[in-house]
Design a binder for this molecule. Sequence first.
Ligand code: FCB
Length: 469
Amino acid sequence: MTTTPARAFPESFLWGTATAAYQVEGAAAEDGRGPSIWDTFSHTPGLVDGGDTGDVACDHYHRLEEDLDILAELGVGAYRFSISWPRVLPGGGDRLNQPGLDFYSRLVDGLLAHDIAPVATLYHWDLPQELEDAGGWPHRDTALRFAEYARRMGETLGDRVHTWITLNEPWCSAYLGYASGVHAPGRTDPAAALAAVHHLNLGHGLAVQALRATADPAAQVAVTLNLHHVRGVSERDAGAVRRADALANGAFLGPMLDGAYPRDLIEATSSVTDWAFVRDGDEATACQPLDLLGVNYYNPVLVRQWDGATPRETADGHADGSASPWIACEDVEFVQQPGPYTEMGWNIDETGLTELLLRLRDEYPALPLMITENGAAFADVLDADGRVRDERRVDYLRRHLTAVADAIDAGADVRGYFVWSLMDNFEWARGYAKRFGIVYVDRETLERTWKDSAHWFREAVATGAVPAS
Ligand code: FCB
């Protein structure tokens, strides 16, 4: 019996799935690929659950044809993947590694042959290890190297890529990589993390310029942010909301879209850094016209002003390190939110997505939006009959797609939606135990099996609507 009718999206809406190089490719030491900070991190005992590494991952590098067939069968209009910087420019230097580039060329051509728009992310966290050894993102030169990498990709793949995304979630690169240390390169230095914030912003702006100069002018250029939808427990927590918002969102939206760091960010962090690494003209460079803003959304954040006496809650969804990613937020509590929860411990609340999109509609009315990641990890089981009955993922996707439709109805210019992820993969510090895919990957055989959610998503794509239920 149908109780909820189908919910249609605009005709031009782009439906896709997403992955990232280190999470799926494997072939870590093949065909001239150099090491990235994630190779080093995952091979350091104790840093990744289960001692998992991306050495083999989903072996996507060798199973490209099979994975292209899955995408074609899903019927998606777009596929978001990332390019491994050390696979195409080992060491982060100038020498192009032809076999590495050939892989992405085959991927892009394969997508186009199936009428699937290639959406390429340049940086999904796999910094060449040599660049980290030279200082990493806290070091200005990394931004310049990144621009050079962008230029080379624009020159070689720029005639075929539909949408370029410079960075994926620089929040994670800077704060989880350099402040809390739960992601590669695993440093816990707040001042370095804020320098990383700046050089990621600068690198983004330089990369946009490089892509505009080299890629097909018809290509769209974007950045993907994991904007935090921050709520306060009560009105008394407005200061805590503003602080968390400045660190999480203003640190990137400010320079990239407004051409300046917010004053409250600079003031709040003044005991950590004097921001002297921001040179004249940098903020203007970071602020390049964009065709789209990519939004990754998983759950909202709830904060409270800490009273300084009761035990301080730190339930931000990333509280597995000894240090906090929340620089200058010592008096802010991250409050446990009501369930239900996914396997990541993240609460399921799609209203945050609608509210976030409406905020962006209000603050950046001229900038089209794209949901570049949304999805959920559950403890999926491959049943004896070969089915994976992941009804909770179907429910999650239904809720969030409906939330996007609500935002569109209220005037948000959302152009597309990408499920995270096409298939179960290496979930960073959580290893392979966290399954985000709509396609199940057997860890022994690497065999791919469509979950119920993949069948459901295919129907959504085919009808251009959230299916009736
Ligand atoms: C995002 C990452 C993506 C994936 C999901 C679950 O932060 O961009 O690679 O790990 O979370």
